[in-house]
Design a protein around this ligand. Structure first.
Ligand SMILES: CSCCC(=O)C(=O)COP(=O)(O)O
Ligand SMILES: [Mg+2]
Length: 228
């Protein structure tokens, strides 16, 4: 294996359980989204993302109510829309700051990230969640504030997670050759895209899922099994 200098990690299904995102974060945002939009509609950032959501849906002259209904539908569909993710992040901020929840991390993740950082590796996040949502996630984690271990964050403004060009942009941005970067994810299509860009890959197969006999990517059930 070529020496790894940087690790880029996915969140949902990789550092953290899918159920925390689907059963805690998504319902929190879904319940509060209509009132949040109504009370923050005068903010330029909110207006921008409402406009982007309508554009993505091909709605030419959508009412505010129509866009709210669209966004709620997208939460139910788990659509990886950059606009939806930006708005969800703004709503989750209130929940984290009010202490309504802390972000789930698998038990070994925090110590392993600290160990890798201590070994001089540069650590990054690449998630469909917006960069502000990622920062909140690791700041308010069940294992404490992990912000200090990360050198940077990438979201779908860099590009979709299943497209090779996104990984080319990430390695360019972090200033490493792709073969020195390890991308960790639970989604094979994301790993395929990263591999096509020349990155090394690690497939997190979290129990109760099991590693297939001939995995398409080096597969691990925990971060502790990865030796970069
Ligand atoms: C940043 S926390 C919320 C994660 C999220 O909204 C999501 O869709 C997770 O996608 P990932 O790319 O981390 O699997
Ligand atoms: Mg994932």
């Amino acid at each position: 294996m070529t020496a790894i200098r940087a690790i880029v990690t996915d969140i949902e299904g990789t550092t953290s359980s899918i159920s925390f995102v689907k059963d805690v974060l998504f319902p929190y945002a879904r319940k509060r989204l209509p009132a949040f939009i109504e009370t923050h509609a005068d903010q330029a950032e909110v207006q921008h993302w409402l406009h982007e959501a309508a554009k993505e849906a091909g709605l030419i002259e959508a009412s505010r109510q129509e866009v709210i209904e669209l966004l709620v539908r997208w939460i139910d569909e788990d659509r990886k829309s950059t606009a939806l993710k930006a708005i969800q992040g703004m709503i989750w901020k209130e929940g984290y700051e009010a202490g309504e929840y802390r972000a789930h991390l698998y038990p070994e993740v925090a110590s392993r990230l600290h160990a890798w950082r201590g070994e001089g590796l540069h650590l990054y996040v690449y998630s469909s969640g917006s960069v502000p949502a990622q920062k909140l996630f690791f700041r308010y984690s069940e294992s404490g504030d992990l912000s200090p271990v990360f050198a940077g964050y990438f979201d779908t403004e860099t590009g979709p997670k299943r497209e090779t060009v996104s990984y080319q942009r990430i390695v360019d941005a972090i200033g490493e050759r792709p073969e020195h970067v390890l991308f960790l994810s639970d989604i094979v299509e994301e790993l395929d895209a990263a591999k096509a860009a020349g990155l090394q890959t690690g497939w997190l197969v979290r129990p109760p899922l099991t590693v297939p006999a001939q995995p398409k990517h080096p597969a691990y059930t925990t971060f502790d099994a990865i030796q970069p």
